[in-house]
Design a protein around this ligand. Structure first.
Ligand code: F3S
Length: 400
């Protein structure tokens, strides 16, 4: 372990957490993802805390990256962010960089080259990234808080408990899905319903889903990340098993399902869609890319726009590395000609929406639709990616 005052503080935090959770020991981690990066969320106290830690001089000893912050670092002015907010946001990023944490500013590290292997222990913090890493990649991480993720970065270890252990990864409930779940927004609505069901399961719920499979091809990963993001939002679910699909379910089959003590059936997504779709009145923005969009997602959106021009601002949130790639391939320019803007380093949930004059949004993300009303008092229309593109082109939301 690296020495220094910052690392000593990190060890204190990790040992305290280990005691609270009854951890056996510490486990080495291959990568860290740090949340609590948006100045809009952490405010002055959070900034002061990070700057104080950064001044202690310790650095990350394993690859560590940042979750989205509160503003786009490159095109903030044209999007309407104030210089005062951006200055504060840059101080947060600078403090984290001083701790050796890379400013990737994305919740999809797996789209920018950080893809933990099956069984690898990591310490990630953002809820959808945690759910994706555990479920789809078969890596092992608890949902870290901002300080505990930084502590893991500075020491290279995290307490071994919960989702780091075999026992902690057993399903608590079989959820039989008896309705079609064709697109990513549907997977988000399913995730939302599953999360609600599991929110009351003792010790945090882990579903074993049957009766549903993701679509083939490039939409597969988008569907899987939407499913996890939805249940992480409504039920703090950090891991799901999907029969025959996710690695642990595919390897262990029905043996794994037998560990679950409870069973539920979902026959329709209507209740989930209705709970998430609560917008009314004028549409200020269409916002997709929650979790951050992949290069394949951008191509799909471009195809749906079909060279027509959006009548309301249409923002697609993604990682800066994905945006740069889209600029090199011409996808960003083509999206721009259709009135769509690639926004990086931030997202609709952690940006200061009110300051930007945004009150009503449309989105295809169940996670965003879940948080936007409570975090920003925003009205939200929720529907498929096709509905969102159609709303951007029409300038208003339509239920069909
Ligand atoms: Fe990512 Fe922001 Fe959604 S951090 S998962 S785009 S709420």
């Amino acid at each position: 372990m690296k020495k220094g005052k910052g690392a000593a503080k990190a060890i204190e935090i990790l040992e305290a957490l280990g005691r609270i959770h009854g951890a056996r020991d510490m486990v080495p981690v291959g990568s860290v993802q740090v949340s609590g990066v948006s100045y809009n969320n952490i405010g002055e106290h959070g900034l002061a805390f990070l700057e104080e830690w950064a001044a202690m001089g310790s650095k990350a000893v394993v690859p560590a990256a940042m979750n989205p912050g509160g503003s786009d670092r490159r095109i903030w002015k044209s999007l309407g962010f104030t210089a005062a907010f951006v200055r504060k946001q840059e101080r947060v990023i600078k403090a984290l960089e001083a701790l050796g944490i890379r400013p990737s500013l994305t919740c999809t590290p797996y789209h920018v080259g950080v893809t933990p292997k099956l069984g690898e222990h990591v310490a990630w913090a953002e809820s959808s990234a945690v759910c994706f890493a555990n479920s789809v990649l078969g890596a092992r991480t608890n949902r870290e808080g901002g300080p505990s993720a930084i502590a893991a970065a500075l020491t290279g270890v995290t307490p071994r408990h919960g989702l780091h252990t075999d026992e902690g990864r057993r399903p608590t409930r079989v959820v039989e899905v008896k309705c079609p779940v064709p697109a990513a927004a549907d997977a988000g609505a399913l995730g939302y319903l599953v999360g609600r069901l599991l929110a009351s399961d003792k010790g945090g719920g882990i579903p074993y889903l049957t009766g549903v499979v993701p679509p083939p091809g490039s939409e597969r990963l988008t569907w899987l990340k939407a499913l996890g993001a939805g249940m992480a939002a409504s039920g703090s679910v950090g891991l799901y098993h999907l029969a025959c699909v996710t690695p642990e379910a595919a390897a262990q089959g029905s043996k794994l399902a037998k560990a679950a003590g409870q069973k539920s059936v979902i026959r329709s997504l209507d209740e989930g869609r209705a709970a998430l779709n609560r917008g009314s009145g004028r549409l200020d923005l269409v916002a997709v890319g929650c979790p951050h969009a992949s290069p394949e997602d951008l191509t799909r959106i471009l195809r749906l726009l079909n060279w027509k021009k959006a009548k309301v601002p249409f923002w697609i949130f993604t990682a800066e590395e994905v945006r740069r790639h889209a600029e090199q391939t011409g996808v960003a320019a083509s999206l721009g000609r259709c009135g769509a803007t690639l926004v990086a380093d931030t997202c609709m949930v952690v940006a200061p929406l009110k300051e930007l004059g945004i009150h009503t949004l449309a989105t295809d993300s169940a996670k965003a639709a879940f948080y936007l009303p409570s975090h920003h008092g925003a009205g939200v229309y929720f529907g498929s990616l096709e509905q969102n593109v159609a709303a951007a082109l029409r300038g208003e939301w339509s239920a069909r």
